[in-house]
Write a protein that binds this ligand. Sequence first.
Ligand SMILES: Cc1ncc(COP(=O)(O)O)c(C=O)c1O
Length: 436
Amino acid sequence: MEDLTDWVPYEKREYTPLGPKDAEVIKRTDIHSAKNYSPYPFVVDAAKGFWLYNMDGHRAVDLLSAYSAVLKHKHQGVIDAVNNELKFGADLVSRALYTRAYADFVEKVCEVTGYDNVLPKSDGGSITDSAVSALFMHGFERGIDEPEVILTTDYFHGRTLTFAANAVFDPDQYYGRYGKVKGVKVVDHNLEAISNAINENTIGIYIETHKGEGGPLFSNKEEFLAIRKLAKEKNIFFGADEIQTGLGRCGYLMAWQEYGKEARPDFVTLGKALGGGIIPVSALVGTEKFMNIYKPGIDGSTHGGYPLACAAACASLKYIIEEDICKTSLELGEYFTKQLNDIPGIKAENRGLLIRLEIEGVETAKPACYEMLLGKHRDPRIFMKYGHKNYARIAPPPGAINKDTIDWLMDKTLRNVLLYAREGPKLPRLISKKIL
Ligand SMILES: Cc1ncc(COP(=O)(O)O)c(C=O)c1O
């Protein structure tokens, strides 16, 4: 139980770097870096398993590995595969030549996802942009002069002009004030709005299977299937962005698989975990019908499909399957969510090990997230991300944790911080009334 002597609510506390070395790195960074992020003042100097280590001898459990590792940090198999390619394979080779590593990559991605073809890129935004371009190209091929693609408000596909200009995620983004990218239609995320937006120029619908950034928020089977069916009936393409939800995170290799075969999109975008937490790799996978739009020169990038990235992705996919990451995500996700829901004032919902936590009675989960990572004497420290409203996202590396880890995190840090995040100022009263 928290020490209530001189207790200060989290939102009134000041959180500073945990030591002078972190402070020095932060200072150097802030002088020269563009201020396009506002990171927690914690400097990651090394990572292993579920741990992130800072410069000053502190460490924190990574509950936001949705950005990188579904396996674990520094997975030896992935490191070996990349080292091997580095030592014995080709150096950076453009797609002007064939490489063995690229052949392995496309074969493996198609084997694992069940799609026919792959387009490789490095970061997520480049591949989601490619997906929208491919839809436009299909439109032109069908003889539509001004093809339209439907996206949904508040769902995230990256920060390229296509998405920023149309304020898909963030209405305050600068580009949106200048002008929109023609043909990108952004509507509310529901069947009715999507259905109303379809006209004779519509060529496709592209949505996240579950919303990751700002949430997570989860789709429901009926609506997802209805959107899929609608696209089929209207003879337009249906694509799912699984950059955050795919590759075992939600308990399936692609989260849409939870809804059965009939949910299968025409194309899917993958990223983040595809690079094994080591190298940025993204990919657009699709049916032959969708992918046949690609002709030489139509899309591409220097690092898309370069040998080191291919080696990382092949190893990542191999271990995701061998280590049964989907099963672990499903089992541990249920277990973790149940424990969180047992805390008064906390509501949790999950798909596998992608969990949304809501702290009732507060406007934002930000102070609680800061307290977990930077609060005095917190042990273990925990890194997780606050989202919109009072949400926080929990996404531990499935390959590195087990039920004991969850129990330990609950007992030592989570239960305490979350209880007090909601009821902080009222706690002494509740305790004296023996409500807690
Ligand atoms: C669903 C989804 N799509 C696309 C992206 C963009 O990826 P990147 O940040 O690598 O450009 C993200 C990143 O968070 C994402 O979650």
